[in-house]
Design a protein around this ligand. Structure first.
Ligand SMILES: C[S@@+](CC[C@H](N)C(=O)[O-])C[C@H]1O[C@@H](n2cnc3c(N)ncnc32)[C@H](O)[C@@H]1O
Length: 289
């Protein structure tokens, strides 16, 4: 343990933010690496005479912050952790850092099923860190969940997060290309969710180095029009959904109309686009038969 005065750490924070970066990123670093939560930090603002115990020295934390600013490496990867909804999960370069806009998927599902106590079967395709499947399983303990991922290392992270967050697990993980893991599961699922790679290749090429250099291309690039994986998931769903089962997909900011039409062409009804908190048509939902 390292001790510093609260005054010292308050001044340190101002100095680091003057160097660059965002306050929330600095709070993540303090919380996950030094063991100082945002809540405690704010308490010290009121009483700056106190002494604080940190798990790492101020020099060590400063080095990590400077690395984040100088190299654009995402702070979540430096810390090995990310917060999503009310959960803290492990992230590495093998998984997408879960985005705040995706958090709404859990609310959309809970609104559709209203925390149903019925035993439902759901699948999360392209689970990455596992965060969507784990959140749904935690909110709905009577549901049975399946999560698949094509990347072996990402799947290991998802399993690790599940073991840490959801010990009495009703989730099963499998490796495979979209529907391939579910050969024997025809008509099995009440709900399919996915946040697939949907960024058009040309847009992907121009992403910031913070994303392109550090997050897996496999998680982001959706082919020339960005719809390659979305089409694959939608056209495969009818075989695996139960009668009246729901499919919920996240899409790129300008794809909602196209995705809606692909749902309709594949026999879905009650097709609807749902906006994210920024008012962007980010999710498309539909029901099969
Ligand atoms: C946009 S990321 C979403 C990750 C996570 N579900 C989330 O929302 O943070 C897409 C995920 O799909 C996976 N993926 C890409 N191609 C796939 C395929 N053919 N079959 C299954 N998963 C795939 C990627 O490895 C990545 O983990």
């Amino acid at each position: 343990m390292y001790t510093v005065s609260a005054k010292e750490i308050l001044e340190w924070k101002t100095k680091q933010l003057n160097y660059g970066g965002e306050e929330e990123a600095l709070f993540l670093l303090l919380d996950t690496v030094a063991g100082l939560s945002k809540k405690d930090f704010n308490r010290y603002k009121i009483n700056s005479d106190q002494t604080i115990c940190l798990k790492k020295s101020v020099d060590d934390i400063t080095r990590l912050w400077v690395e984040h600013i100088d190299t654009s490496r995402p702070i979540q990867q430096i810390c090995g952790s990310a917060f999503w909804r009310d959960l803290k999960i492990r992230v590495t370069t093998d998984v997408l850092i879960p985005r705040p806009e995706t958090e709404l998927i859990v609310d959309i599902v809970n609104d559709l099923f209203r925390f149903s106590e019925k035993e439902l079967d759901f699948v999360d395709l392209g689970t990455g860190s596992g965060i969507i499947a784990i959140s749904l399983a935690l909110c709905n303990p009577t549901w049975r969940g399946f999560a698949t991922e094509v990347d072996e290392k990402a799947l290991e992270i998802a399993k690790y997060n599940c073991m840490k967050l959801h010990k009495s697990s009703n989730l099963k993980f499998s490796l495979g290309d979209w529907w391939r893991a579910f050969e024997g599961f025809s008509g099995k699922f009440d709900l399919v969710v996915s946040n697939p790679p949907y960024i058009p290749s040309k847009v992907y090429e121009n992403l910031s180095s913070e994303i392109k250099n550090y997050e897996p291309m496999l998680a982001l690039n959706g082919g020339s029009d960005g719809l390659k994986h979305i089409k694959n998931i939608i056209s495969g769903s009818p075989r695996f959904l139960k009668n009246k089962g729901w499919l919920i997909l996240e899409n790129h900011f300008d794809q909602a109309e196209d995705v809606k039409n692909i749902f309709i062409r594949n026999g879905f009804h009650s097709v609807k686009v749902i906006n994210d908190l920024a008012g962007i048509g980010r999710f498309t939902i539909g029901r099969y038969k």
